[in-house]
Design a protein around this ligand. Structure first.
Ligand code: SAH
Length: 282
């Protein structure tokens, strides 16, 4: 369905669109089409690459939310929705992660303004991609935690990094690069080794600006300081890091030749009479 059909004629749907992590090519096609049809766009200038705005049509009203409060953002979006059929709130990464989505939407709901959300590529995924790391590996970890450490925003009970890290899963830590000391102390307190690898990705996917810093729990803070990385960085701690160089890897059952699943029968070269393992889920 085209954007025009989805919006109808009634004035103003506000679309919260994930702009992706920085590379303008990493916005979804739907997000790009919404920008191209927008009457007004509110973008997070401090985080979203301005290049995404190149698809905006002539005459589109464009504002930067950098210096606005939440109330001012909602008020701006409500006002624009009275005048334009497509209003876009462009957010970094995915709008559902650390994006104040609900706080901005609630006043729109009260005002009766229709709202839709278009997902985006989160910086957590872009950082893993930049470093060519897999956040899950069979029999290493099958769980990813997205979190942050406590800064001015308090963490709810049970969600301190030390508690979360005690599971020894992959942890993608947002909004915490200036609190690296706190991050490493929490990992050590949770029983991670001082030699455990850590990857920090600064401006993942931003053309010419991306930095990938590899270290260990004991070295990463100094390495980030040396490279002047103090903002827009993802910290990834994971028992999967560096697996590309491992010589022994437990491989995924999905592609195991001896494994039958919904889309492929097992190939059993030397023992054709052996019955293959069957599984729906892998
Ligand atoms: N909604 C966003 C997160 C916004 S919070 C998302 O899904 O990615 C802002 C934090 O995201 C930053 O402090 C940083 O930790 C991370 N971040 C955003 N863009 C980034 C990028 N290009 N590279 C690395 N980290 C990034």
């Amino acid at each position: 369905m085209s954007i025009r059909q989805q919006c109808g004629d009634a004035p103003g749907t506000v679309w919260f669109v994930g702009a992706g992590p920085g590379d303008p090519d990493l916005i979804t096609i739907k997000g790009r089409d919404l920008i191209a049809n927008a009457g007004a766009i509110l973008f997070a200038g401090s985080l979203v690459s301005g290049t995404a705005l190149r698809w905006a049509p002539d005459g589109c009203v464009i504002a930067d939310s950098k210096e606005m409060t939440l109330e001012q953002m909602s008020a701006w979006l409500i006002l624009q929705a009275t005048e334009h059929r497509v209003v876009v709130r462009l957010q970094t990464g995915d709008p559902g992660l650390y994006g104040a989505l609900i706080e901005v939407i609630q006043p729109l709901d009260v005002a009766g303004v229709p709202v839709r959300v278009v997902p985006g590529v989160s910086s957590a995924m872009a950082s893993a991609a930049a470093a060519v790391e897999s956040l899950t590996l069979p029999e290493v970890t099958q769980t990813v935690i997205f979190t942050r450490v406590e800064g001015r925003t308090p963490m709810p009970p049970g969600e301190s990094l030390e508690e979360l890290a005690s599971h020894h899963t992959t942890i993608c830590i947002f909004l915490s690069i200036t609190l690296m000391g706190r991050v490493t102390r929490a990992l050590l307190a949770a029983g991670w080794s001082a030699d455990a690898p850590i990857v920090v990705v600064h401006k993942a996917s931003w053309p010419d600006q991306e930095k990938i810093i590899r270290g260990t729990i004991s070295t990463i803070q100094g390495l980030c300081r040396d490279q002047h990385v103090a903002s827009q960085a993802m910290i990834i701690a994971s028992p999967t890091l560096g697996a590309r160089q491992w010589t022994s890897l437990i491989k995924s059952k999905l592609y195991d030749a001896s494994f039958t699943h919904r889309f492929r029968r097992a190939v059993v070269a030397h023992a054709p009479l052996l019955s293959a393992k069957k599984s729906e889920s892998v």
